[in-house]
Design a protein around this ligand. Structure first.
Ligand SMILES: CC(C)(COP(=O)(O)OP(=O)(O)OC[C@H]1O[C@@H](n2cnc3c(N)ncnc32)[C@H](O)[C@@H]1OP(=O)(O)O)[C@@H](O)C(=O)NCCC(=O)NCCS
Length: 303
């Protein structure tokens, strides 16, 4: 049984880190509550995810979330809504957490810190409500998101979820199986405080000396090349395609081969006690025996 998180005093450092991130990105981040702005956020998320004939999140659902004390926020560049982020309060391993459900930034506004500004606003919101942690899932094949979540934000990968939502047919997933990494963002650790204060995150450090092999790399044909984890390996690299979203459109069979190879690579590394801890500047995952456990979940519904 869990108890509701207690209200805590404001976290001034988290609030100022959020403000600085928004200033750097040139946006204002604010909670959304009115149905017209929530409808605009729903449209933006549909646009980002390329949904056709259905909503990634309906305006009514966002209204319900917002009205019942959950997190719905938008980033404005001037008067224009350019990003949205939605989460709801839930539980993970007996702890009350904020689970972040969906994040999207308009394609012409990406790569200049809007996504990070939204996440730092969400972090401050959660800390103010007594949460220590925000959880969310992301597709581990999307290289940019891996860097964003693990290295820019300092979230920790804690579970590998096999085909979590079943097959997804929006413009980003294009029929692929929906394996996801579950990340836990511990909001007030020294590492997270440091990455939140530094606009580069911590993805630019040297490779750990123990990295002894690449478990998944590229073949000459652009396909995945999977290698057995060698005995004694305690740190390794796993590569991904540079742009899986366009590969799914161009060559769905090759994209599926990457999905299966990446699943096998993470499963074999997890069996050796390794988990993804960050990404390299080239975009590979760095896996190491480190911190909390990393588990693979297969549910009957996903097999
Ligand atoms: C993911 C998304 C929200 C990021 O928004 P954004 O405004 O571009 O985010 P930011 O500018 O703050 O930073 C993200 C970018 O910086 C990179 N990045 C920033 N700091 C980094 C670091 N220290 N190490 C590695 N990468 C870093 C990320 O790789 C990403 O770049 P890329 O995707 O262009 O390769 C946006 O790309 C998007 O809407 N994507 C489609 C929807 C989606 O995938 N949502 C799920 C997110 S988990």
């Amino acid at each position: 049984m869990t108890s509701a998180p207690e209200q805590r005093p404001l976290a001034p450092a988290a609030a100022s880190a959020a403000t600085r991130a928004a200033d750097r990105a040139g946006v204002t981040v604010t909670e959304l509550a009115e149905i017209t702005t929530l409808a605009a956020a729903a449209d933006l998320l549909d646009d980002v995810w390329g949904t056709e004939g259905y909503h990634a999140a309906t305006p009514e659902l966002l209204r319900g979330f917002s009205h019942s004390g959950n997190y719905v926020a938008g980033a404005y560049n001037g008067a224009e809504l350019v990003g949205a982020l939605v989460g709801y309060q839930g539980e993970w391993h007996g702890e009350c957490v904020l689970h972040s459900h969906i994040l999207g930034v308009r394609s012409d506004q990406r790569g200049r810190g809007v996504g990070a500004a939204l996440k730092l606003h969400q972090r401050n919101w959660a800390l103010q409500r007594g949460h220590r942690m925000i959880t969310w899932t992301f597709d581990p094949l999307v290289r940019g998101n891996a860097g964003f979540n693990l290295s820019r934000l300092g979230a920790q990968a804690v579970e590998y979820l096999v085909n979590f939502y079943g097959r997804m047919n929006d413009g980003i997933n294009n029929g692929d199986e929906s394996d996801r990494l579950l990340v836990a963002w511990e909001l007030d650790t020294a590492r997270v405080r440091a990455v939140c204060d530094d606009e580069r995150g911590d993805g630019h450090g040297p490779l750990p000396a123990e990295v002894s092999q690449c478990v998944l790399g590229h073949g000459d044909d652009g396909g995945p090349r999977l290698h057995d984890v060698e005995p004694g390996t305690t740190a390794a690299l796993i590569d991904t395609p540079p742009d899986i979203v366009s590969l799914r459109q161009r060559d769905p069979a090759l994209a599926m081969a990457w999905r299966m190879a990446l699943r096998d690579a993470f499963v074999s590394c997890a069996a050796r006690g390794m988990r993804p801890v960050r990404t390299t500047t080239r975009g590979e995952y760095v896996l190491a025996v480190d911190g909390p456990g990393f588990r693979v979940h297969r549910t009957p519904a996903t097999e």
